[in-house]
Design a protein. Structure first.
Length: 376
């Protein structure tokens, strides 16, 4: 059973003339939320480690394969050496005769040899126990190839890009959402909130918490985007500099708006409980809402219809719209429509969350249901 504390009644009856103005109070609370996090060594260290791992991953994805690829040294007679020049991963050692080529292969100083042959290609590949398959494939006669969509995204690359967007959205939303929720419960459990309400309106406390943590989340996302683009610039990756430029921009924009919505919901959910032990139960539905886009983008990353539907659903738009931008499967106006829907929905959610937060903040005891909080 939930009850309103006497201190809470006193706080509600407090002379409003002594209260700080709404926006001034919001700024104070937001500044407090930001400074608490920035003074946390755990937050700074974890953010630095995350950025370092992302940068390392971006650089390794571009240069890593080259570190493990070894050039194939091929001995060739002068008549066929020009045909081998310019082949990727092939180092040509020109020798004077076919016998010299065979001796080099037998001695192990080269990986293979190429001399004139009697086959259709006019070439004979010589190996000791086996011949390099890559060399044989490059010298094989291949039919003429016509690609109808040469710029189509690589399916495997699309899969990993979807996972990357999903993980960043999921981890950032959960990290800062839980931070807000824990802050609300701690203030409520320690009765500090009753003192705060004597001088600051409840909605100003909520707004300050949402704005403060949104600024931190936005800053972290900007740092991640900057690190990814920096890695692309260092490695010269056209995928990161061209292919992912606009998707990252849309992700930052949509995540910023979407996180405000989620932050308000996490704060409202935390206000429903009076003990930290009950916080998991209160926020579990929100955790599912955050996890769904991550799971959906893994399952439907190559399904245009599913991604289109997801781009108009507020909780999944921050992940779906960047994916559609990367795949180039949307009209120019669709990202703006998705953003408009998300903004309208966020405004409605903030109003809903503010009512729940304001009406539940001073109630103690067992967990309050959402519908009961609205009726209070």
């Amino acid at each position: 059973m939930s009850v309103t504390t006497p201190a809470g009644t006193a706080a509600s009856a407090h002379n409003r003339r002594g209260r700080t103005g709404f926006w001034a109070a919001t700024g104070i609370v937001a500044q407090r939320e930001i400074m608490i996090r920035l003074r946390s060594k755990a937050f700074i260290i974890s953010t630095a480690i995350m950025l370092a791992l992302i940068l390392a991953g971006v650089i390794f994805s571009s240069v890593g394969p080259a570190l493990f690829d070894e050039d194939t040294t091929v001995a060739a007679v002068s008549a066929v050496a020009p045909a081998l020049q310019g082949m990727d991963g092939i180092v040509v050692d020109t020798l004077g005769s076919a016998d010299a080529v065979r001796q080099a292969v037998q001695a192990g100083t080269v990986d293979a040899g190429v001399v004139q042959g009697r086959g259709a290609s006019g070439l004979l590949v010589i190996g000791d126990r086996e011949t390099p398959s890559a060399l044989v494939q490059m010298l094989s006669v291949t039919p003429e190839v016509e690609l109808l969509d040469p710029n189509a995204p690589n399916p495997m690359l699309t899969y990993f890009i979807g996972i990357a967007f999903g993980i960043v959205f999921f981890s950032s939303a959960i990290t800062f959402g839980q931070t807000i929720a824990q802050s609300v419960v701690e203030e409520k459990q320690s009765r500090i909130v009753e003192i705060m309400l004597a001088a600051v309106p409840a909605r100003a406390i909520l707004a300050g918490k949402v704005i403060g943590n949104s600024v931190l989340a936005f800053g972290q996302i900007i740092l991640i985007a900057a690190v990814v683009l920096l890695g692309g610039a260092v490695t010269g990756s056209q995928l990161l500099l061209d292919g992912l430029g606009m998707p990252i921009v849309w992700f930052v924009i949509l995540f910023t708006v979407g996180f405000v919505m989620l932050a308000a919901l996490f704060a409202a959910a935390a206000a429903l409980v009076s003990r930290a032990e009950d916080l998991g139960t209160a926020t579990s539905p929100l955790m599912m809402l955050v996890m769904l886009p991550y799971i959906a983008v893994i399952i439907f990353n190559n399904n245009p219809v599913a991604l289109q539907i997801m781009s108009y659903v507020p909780f999944s738009a921050p992940v779906a719209v960047p994916m559609r931008t990367y795949l180039q499967t949307q009209a120019w106006w669709e990202p703006m429509l998705s953003l408009g829907i998300l903004i309208v929905f966020t405004v409605l959610v903030i109003g809903f969350a503010a009512k729940v937060y304001e009406r539940s903040l001073l109630k103690t005891g067992s967990m309050i249901k959402w519908k009961d909080a609205l009726k209070a």
